[in-house]
Write a protein of this length. Structure first.
Length: 77
């Protein structure tokens, strides 16, 4: 963005564009963590009630961890 565009954004919005980017990244991670907690809790319940075996439960946890690491790499680097 040019300095004129940044000044216009700041004048109309009252905050810098970089703050918007930070808020959006935080929102993505918040949604990911909520989804991960829900997925792992659901998988644990299925495992405890013997509807899932241990391998499937560990698969859910590993997929969540991989997704979290990938998003961290892409969004925070």
């Amino acid at each position: 963005m040019t300095s004129a565009q940044m000044n216009a954004f700041k004048a109309n919005g009252g905050f810098a564009p970089s703050i918007t980017a930070s808020v959006l990244i935080c929102a993505v991670f918040a949604v990911l963590l909520l989804w991960g907690a829900w997925a792992m809790r659901t998988a644990y319940t299925g495992w405890a009630e013997q509807r899932l075996n241990q391998r499937q439960f560990v698969g859910v946890v590993i997929r969540f961890a991989a997704m979290y690491l990938a998003l961290s790499f892409f969004l925070l680097s």
